[in-house]
Design a protein around this ligand. Structure first.
Ligand code: ADP
Ligand code: MG
Length: 277
């Protein structure tokens, strides 16, 4: 990576040389002797730069370390070594209120909207929650306006404001989760397999929301194992294999001319039709 000139704005999210290991729980006393209890390197020297107004797709097979990388980027999980920077500021070791203040600018949307929404919160309360936590919006009316704006951006019909999660469809639920992230006007949005639990017919509509956000200047980290989706929605792509980045670059270029055998294997496991869009 070249040096950044001082007048270039720092990128919204940068990860430098992250390493994360997990020690598997010991199931019985014999495992220790057989060496099977060795820590698993889930993330091994990962460096990424996420620029404003771009989408970076982080792709790789199941267990390649995508979600662990996202969790470290969101400071939900500590890394063993490496650096997490938000807007050029090292936040690797921040905690408490200082971390909370920074994290407002980085929001995450998860795979399972049912699990990520509070079952007893109405749509209104779900979206308002972030404003309350971060003390944004001086009056109830101001907050309501922000909630409505976020729901409109996420294309959630306003008559749903007083519904509970179980009264929504899967697609509506994920849009509400996205609205709850948008209400904080994040500079970085991390989406971890955001449509993989939705009906195929609903996926394109939700994916377009991420395109709109990117076009409005948000930096989007899109985690997916779906390469056609990465080709369609991402500007750049980073390929993870067993915790290591094996290939990085322009999304279309990497997917049309993969340099690494693992990327080729991922592509071969993908129906070709999807890449022609
Ligand atoms: P992906 O999201 O690409 O499917 P993950 O980041 O979830 O991959 O997992 C990477 C590796 O780390 C896997 O081997 C997984 O089993 C392991 N792992 C993830 N989370 C934990 C955890 N909390 N405890 C132990 N091992 C974990
Ligand atoms: Mg995952």
């Amino acid at each position: 990576m070249t040096d950044i000139a001082p007048d270039v704005p720092p990128c919204p999210l940068e990860l430098r040389n992250l390493t994360v290991s997990f020690t598997p729980p010991r199931r019985n006393k014999f495992l220790r002797r057989s060496g099977e209890e060795k820590p698993v390197r889930a993330v091994d020297g990962v460096s990424l730069r996420l620029e404003a107004g771009t989408t970076l797709a982080l792709v790789g097979g199941s267990g390649s370390g995508k979600s662990t990388t996202a969790a470290v980027a969101a400071r939900m999980l500590d890394c063993d070594s490496g650096t997490v920077l938000y807007g050029g500021e090292d936040v690797t070791h921040l905690d408490g209120g200082a971390l909370r203040a920074r994290r407002r600018h980085l929001q995450t949307v998860y795979q399972d909207p049912f699990a990520s929404l509070q079952p007893r919160f109405t749509v209104r309360r779900t979206v308002e929650e972030g404003l309350l936590i971060h003390k944004l919006g001086a009056t109830a009316r101001d907050r309501e306006e922000r909630v409505v704006r976020a729901l409109e951006r996420a294309h959630v019909p306003l008559p749903l404001l007083d519904r509970l999660p179980h009264q929504l469809s899967g697609g509506q639920r994920q849009r509400v989760a996205i609205a709850a992230a948008l209400v904080l006007e994040p500079t970085v949005l991390i989406a971890d397999e955001p449509v993989s639990m939705l009906d195929v017919s609903l996926r394109a509509g939700v994916m377009r929301l991420f395109d709109d956000l990117r076009d409005a200047g948000t930096a989007v980290l899109l985690i997916t194992h779906d390469l056609p989706s990465a080709a369609r929605h991402a500007d750049t792509i980073a390929v993870l294999q067993q915790g290591r980045l094996v290939e990085q670059g322009n999304a279309r270029q990497v997917l049309s001319h993969p340099a690494h055998a693992y990327t080729q294997a991922l592509l071969e496991a993908t129906p070709r039709a999807g890449l022609r869009t």
